[in-house]
Design a protein around this ligand. Structure first.
Ligand SMILES: NC(=O)c1ccc[n+]([C@@H]2O[C@H](COP(=O)([O-])OP(=O)(O)OC[C@H]3O[C@@H](n4cnc5c(N)ncnc54)[C@H](O)[C@@H]3O)[C@@H](O)[C@H]2O)c1
Ligand SMILES: O=C/C=C/C=C(\O)C(=O)O
Length: 516
């Protein structure tokens, strides 16, 4: 392993006195164990969302770069040691990666803050979770067993797991480092090789992951990164005939395009897509905790969170009180420099996304929802943040089910509230969107909690809880929120072939065709 890692430059956090973060001046592709520029030599600029000032130059991947990375991954799979190692040997590499993520976690968090605008207190948690993703799948692969079926004294039939081949991993910008590791760790644990195509609006932490993989000494070509845009870099990865499986997290419309584009080469897909997840609050709930969870659930990660509780459905008698409590809390959320540990809400990822989210604020107003708080660029930001993509935490009440703000994923700090009268109506409203990723239900009635949870068409339901993750459980969505599940052994269902071996233990009848 070798090659230039890209020159490092020190950049200050935006505010005075913030610790510096080391940002690569240039992020190159990582192909076959080397950091390389694109074959066409082109670069794009990634911006700091808090200022919209340039942060770094990033290699812009072309179909030729994707081809080079896929060829490297293919060779590493077909000829290299990686798929042939014992799971315990691969696990040692993954543990080394986890150690290095932990050793550099503050630097990773700082780069993520500069590249995404995620508040640093939350970015630190994401970096820790990334290390845990590697440790978790390193353990899990060693426990992976197949079923055995005994058929008396005639047969024993058993299942073995094998890696599939070369994986294309395509990730979004909202929690880029954690989400990349959520795919890379099980993919590599299972013995596959991969090409990661990180999101163009937040590519820098993927560069750090490549540095870490290089330090951990993985065989060349096992892990590759090609930076660049959805078109052409992502699209040519999907269409490449030597890529066997695609794990994609991003927008539903992109998922549909990927499926169509990969059809000619018949691939296996895992899709984690958009969401419009309901928070259902009954009048008998612990309302204080429900409000805490509702506020955190939609305004954490700047509202750019796939599982955000972005629709608040509240039982009529407590509706006004709950919604006003949420609005009061939203109005007091600390907005500011994401590098400041006290900041609760940072800037949105990109001016284009800011305009999109503001478009929803306008739509909400035009559709007759009641704007209780927010909806503006926050006044009084310090001058150095005046150019950032900031938006106040925004709460709409009285959102009608037919409206865009109720139906569409906003992916920003905007929550819409709607009252309900009966349990049936709560379930109907919860299910009245095309998405089905997550749901949160608050009630002290145990039977109702389970009943409503099971009646909601969502891949993941939390009862009297915020989004607390157990990595053994299936993560993913129903309806337009995805295809398949990752997490625990569900990840290995995707990243492994299962082969059944039928063993005859003795002689069994075989029809003697052609024997006369
Ligand atoms: N369900 C989940 O687990 C989950 C998690 C995080 C984000 N998301 C979703 O992601 C979306 C926000 O992320 P985003 O804006 O980066 O999504 P996006 O779909 O625009 O982009 C995601 C990735 O796909 C790539 N891409 C774009 N067009 C492509 C194409 N034609 N072929 C191949 N790759 C292509 C992009 O370059 C990027 O790397 C939201 O909808 C959000 O809900 C879902
Ligand atoms: O914003 C998206 C968050 C995705 C989270 C996970 O994939 C996870 O917690 O495993």
């Amino acid at each position: 392993m070798g090659g230039a890692m890209g020159e490092a430059v020190h950049q200050q956090g935006q505010g005075a006195g913030r610790p510096a973060a080391t940002v690569p001046r240039q992020a190159l592709h990582f192909i076959g164990g080397r950091f390389v520029p694109g074959k066409e030599g082109r670069f794009f600029t990634t911006l700091n969302p808090a200022t919209n000032r340039p942060l770094a130059e990033v290699a812009e991947g072309s179909p030729d770069d994707v081809d080079a990375a896929v060829q490297a991954a293919r060779r590493a799979f077909d000829e290299g040691p990686w798929p042939r190692m014992l799971p315990a040997e691969r696990a040692r590499y993954l543990e080394r990666i986890a150690d290095r993520i932990e050793a550099r976690s503050e630097a990773i968090a700082r780069v993520e803050v500069l590249d995404t605008g995620m508040p640093v207190s939350q970015a630190r948690g994401q970096a820790a979770r990334a290390a845990e993703n590697f440790r978790f799948f390193a353990r899990r692969i060693q426990d992976l067993g197949g079923h055995v079926w005994q058929v008396g004294d005639r047969f024993v039939n058993y299942v073995v797991h094998k890696p599939v081949g070369v994986a294309g991993l395509i990730t979004p910008w909202n929690t880029p480092f954690m989400l990349a590791t959520w795919k890379v760790a099980p993919c590599l644990a299972a013995g596959n090789t991969c090409v990661l195509k990180p999101a163009e609006w937040a590519p820098l932490s993927a560069h750090m992951l490549a540095e870490i993989v290089a330090e951990a000494g993985l065989p060349e070509g096992v892990f590759n990164v090609v930076h660049g845009f959805g078109e052409p870099a992502g699209a040519s990865l999907v269409a490449h005939p030597a890529v066997n499986l695609i794990s994609f997290t991003g927008e539903t419309t992109t998922g549909k395009a990927i499926m169509a584009n990969g059809a000619a080469t018949l691939k296996r897909y895992s899709f984690e897509l958009g969401g419009k997840s309901p928070v259902v609050i009954f009048a008998d709930a612990d309302l204080e905790r429900a409000v805490d969870a509702a506020v955190f659930g939609v305004f954490s990660l700047n509202g750019e969170r796939c599982t955000a509780g972005s629709r608040l459905l509240v039982e009529e008698p407590v509706y006004r009180d709950v919604v006003e409590a949420v609005a009061r809390r939203a109005a007091r959320i600390r907005i500011g420099d994401p590098a400041d540990p006290r900041t609760e809400l940072g800037p949105l990822i990109h001016p284009e996304h800011w305009r999109r989210v503001m478009g929803y604020v306008e739509a909400g107003r035009a559709e007759g929802a009641e704007l209780l708080t927010g909806g503006r660029r926050p006044p009084g930001l310090p001058p150095e943040l005046a150019g950032g993509n900031y938006l106040e935490a925004t709460v709409f009440a009285g959102a009608r089910p037919g409206t865009r703000v109720f139906q569409e994923e906003i992916f920003g700090p905007v929550v819409v509230a709607t009252p309900f009268r009966t349990e049936d109506e709560a379930v109907r409203l919860a299910n009245a969107v095309r998405y089905g990723l997550a749901a949160y239900v608050w009630t002290r009635d145990v039977g109702r909690a389970h009943r409503v949870g099971q009646a909601i068409d969502a891949g993941m339901v939390w009862l009297n809880s915020q989004n607390v993750r157990d990595l053994r459980t299936p993560f993913g969505g129903m309806k337009d929120s995805g295809i398949g599940r990752e997490g625990g052994d569900y990840s290995f269902e995707f990243y492994c072939e299962r082969q059944v071996i039928h063993v005859a233990l003795g002689e069994h009848p075989i029809p003697r065709f052609g024997a006369g």
